[in-house]
Design a protein around this ligand. Structure first.
Ligand code: ZN
Length: 479
């Protein structure tokens, strides 16, 4: 070998090693993964929120949310194994494991005999820290599919026991639904979780005092409803912990050299959409956007190692911007007149009408004026037709209506007739329409930013979403 050959050989080796180090940079994996699920959030819920925000600035158009401007977007179909219109358990199982299953099944196959492995369980086994956050109860279908394997979503207590066995590092948001079991005869799920090594907080102070180094946390919102969910965003005050604060805390506790996987569900978009309550849907979509902002702030520190995916399990409500009675017009800013969620308003109405002298149509309508800005001397003018809707609702409540059960269901969806009419009239005046009290089979949107974002563009099935996340994280395909 002469000197020139030696030099050529040396240069060749240097170039090769440079190439190898460059390509390993290109093959970098997502070490910090945020998986946001807006339960029930169709592209229509996103667009209505954007149009509402624009209307607040007297603008015609759409003001982008944090995630709707993400560089990679897709659509996903979501049918269940045994039904075209899916539910949160089957769609959640698809999102968590990459497999289709039957409705109401929690991360098991369609026959409910074989357990399926979620990406969260897989991430934990591969050394990532794992956080699971939900604005509804932490043992509700969507969070459950990431840590539990149960034949039925209503197995709340067995799901709670699966949660403790998961050893996941952080749970936050709502508490345990049915903590003493279906029949209220089991030891408290909270006590059992403590015995399993979890630190449980349920006050703002204890939550704020959680510091890195606290292993295994269950941070429950200080105010939770009967189903152990945190309150609707529209009903929250400084006494609540909002969704973005849970994400912020989870980042603080989970940040570590080996990375983390975090699933964050905004579950009350679905609940508000089941109620056809547009103003409440919009405030919860805004909360989801604010939670994604926390992930985006973290992304800015580690852009090559962070992946943020925002999607939904299904669309709820058959929600539309546009309603027959308004033709081509909208007045979305009118939704700002609504002061409480439909659910909270029903509670206010129920307790007010228990006072005998208030149990009359006029008083009910004074509350509709106060909380929805409709009617009376100060509210939006009600047409004769709209007044007749309220009168029929009142008659239905007092048992003097001639409506069949079918007509009552179509009108009020099983909710309080006055509350349903108030939300329906305000939504329609704003130019929003609803076609169902249930889910629809519309495809859901997917938004991605960060390491592996390009994997998420296209039109595919929601079972592909966890497969794409696995590729981005460098995890093996699950059996
Ligand atoms: Zn639902």
């Amino acid at each position: 070998m002469n000197a020139t050959t030696l030099l050529k050989h040396f240069l060749f080796v240097v170039l090769c090693s440079l190439f190898v180090s460059f390509s390993s940079v290109n093959a970098q994996q997502a070490k910090y993964v945020f998986f946001f699920i807006g339960d029930g959030m169709g592209i229509n819920h996103v667009a209505a929120t954007e149009a509402y925000l624009a209307s607040q600035h007297n603008q015609n158009g759409f003001q982008k949310l944090i995630f709707s401007g993400f560089p990679s977007t897709g659509f996903a179909n979501n049918h269940a194994e045994n039904r075209l219109i899916t539910g949160s358990a089957a769609a959640g199982t698809a999102l968590a494991t990459g497999f289709k299953t039957t409705v109401n099944t929690i991360s098991m196959d369609g026959t409910r005999t074989k357990a399926l492995t979620s990406i969260a369980t897989q991430a934990k086994a591969n050394g990532f820290k794992v956080g699971i956050i939900s604005s509804v109860s932490i043992n509700h279908a969507t969070p459950a599919v990431f840590y539990a394997n149960q034949p039925l979503r209503t197995n709340y207590y067995p799901i709670s026991l699966d949660l403790m066995k998961s050893n996941f590092d952080f749970f936050g948001g709502g508490g345990f639904n049915q903590p003493f079991g279906k029949n209220n005869d089991q030891p408290s799920a909270y006590l059992l979780a403590e015995k399993a090594g979890y630190t449980i907080t349920s006050s703002i102070e204890a939550f704020n005092n959680l510091k890195p180094g606290t292993e295994k946390v269950i941070a429950v919102g200080p105010i939770i409803d009967a189903a152990a969910a945190i309150r609707f965003s529209i009903d929250q005050t400084d006494e609540d912990i909002p969704l973005n604060a849970f994400v912020d805390k989870a980042i603080e506790l989970l940040d570590n050299e080996k990375g983390f996987f975090m699933m964050v569900e905004e579950g009350k978009i679905d609940w508000a959409a089941h109620a056809n309550d547009g103003a409440t849907v919009i405030q919860n979509v805004i909360s989801l956007s604010e939670a994604v902002q926390q992930a985006l702030d973290f992304y800015k520190k580690y852009p090559d190692e962070t992946l943020i995916v925002v999607t939904a399990d299904h669309e709820t409500g058959g929600f539309s911007i546009g309603w027959a009675g308004k033709h081509y017009e909208t007045d979305l800013n009118l939704l700002a007149l609504q002061k409480k969620s439909k659910q909270s308003f029903t509670a206010i109405l129920d307790s007010a009408l228990k006072v005998p002298e208030n149990n009359n149509f006029k008083f009910a309508m004074s509350l509709v004026n106060q909380y929805f800005g409709l009617g009376g001397n100060t509210g939006l003018t009600l047409s004769d037709y709209e007044i007749s809707l309220f009168k029929e609702a009142w008659n239905t409540m007092s048992g003097t209506s001639a409506f069949t059960d079918e007509e009552q269901y179509l009108r009020y969806g099983g909710d309080n007739p006055i509350s349903s009419t108030a939300t329906r009239v305000l939504n329609n005046k704003a130019g929003l329409g609803w076609t169902t009290w249930s889910h629809t089979a519309m495809p859901v949107p997917v938004f991605a930013k960060g390491q592996g974002q390009e994997l998420f563009s296209g039109y595919y099935d929601i079972t592909d979403i966890p497969k794409k996340i696995r590729v981005a994280m460098g995890l093996s395909a699950s059996e």
